[in-house]
Design a protein around this ligand. Structure first.
Ligand code: AP5
Length: 226
């Protein structure tokens, strides 16, 4: 079933946005647009954007809005985005949210649906400390809650599992600060627009997945897509 909309997953680092975005993207056959993944890809390829972004991401700050917007606009112009998409980790500042509004209008999309992932800080720290990712396909694991079948190896493609450099405790502290300062105000912004839905993301992966699916179903019924 197509989404026909922009879905935005909002929430602090480690809230489970990426985990749920991958599932929804698969179920609805729409692209999962993670600005974090795009920036890491730019770093891996040594592009100019990557060179600028690396030191900023290494210290847990946000990459400048104009660079992120240019990257997102380029991605949205690709044909796979016509039936909707999921933003994971974008927008992250008020200027990004405002710019996104006009980009969506230009591309013929209505209001976005925004899901705010709420989790307490202790749970976030545990999730980030335990996260491992496949270096090949990006599948996400957790040594505490979602371990791979064989330690250090991806269940899906046998790729080597790696830890993100910005999951070091001192960088995590900065990322959480950046979230509180620059991204959390977006919840009020979207609440005022009447497009904000909240999930208790401290529950298990399956339970959070069900809550997200219900939100989507309700929205699609409202829109007459079901
Ligand atoms: P980004 O890559 O977007 O990181 P983030 O937002 O900090 O979020 P994470 O990817 O850390 O967490 P997540 O919520 O996706 O959790 P996950 O599903 O992996 O950004 C990185 C950096 O890029 C930023 O700091 C910034 O510098 C830059 N950047 C990116 N976008 C930008 C933008 N728009 N503007 C400016 N700069 C930008 O889950 C975490 C762990 O928990 C995993 O191990 C998982 O298995 C586990 N888990 C998930 N859900 C559950 C559950 N329900 N129960 C138990 N365990 C769970």
């Amino acid at each position: 079933m197509a989404l026909n909309r922009a879905l935005i997953f909002l929430g602090p680092p480690g809230a489970g946005k990426g985990t749920q975005a991958k599932r929804v993207a698969q179920r609805h056959h729409v692209p999962h647009l993670s600005t974090g993944d795009m920036l890491r890809d730019a770093i891996a390829h040594g592009t100019r954007l990557g060179l600028v972004a690396k030191p900023i991401m290494d210290r847990g700050d946000l990459v400048p809005d104009d660079l992120v917007m240019a990257m997102v606009e380029e991605r949205l112009a690709e044909p796979d985005c016509v039936g909707g998409f999921i933003f994971d980790g974008f927008p992250r500042t008020l200027p990004q949210a405002e710019m996104l509004e006009s980009v969506l209008a230009r591309r013929g999309f209505g209001e976005p649906l925004v899901v705010d992932f709420r989790v307490d800080e202790q749970t976030l720290l545990r999730r980030l400390a335990g996260r491992w990712m496949c270096g090949k396909c990006g599948a996400i694991y957790n040594v505490y809650d979602a371990p791979p079948k064989a330690a250090g190896t991806c269940d899906i493609d046998g790729g080597k599992l790696i830890q993100r450099p910005d999951d070091r405790p001192e960088v995590v502290t900065e990322r959480l600060r950046a979230y509180e300062r620059q991204t959390k105000p977006l919840t009020d912004y979207y609440r005022r627009q009447g497009v904000l839905e909240v999930v208790d993301a401290s529950a298990g992966v399956e339970e959070v997945g069900r809550a997200v699916a219900e939100i989507l179903e309700r929205a699609q019924k409202r829109d007459g897509h079901l």
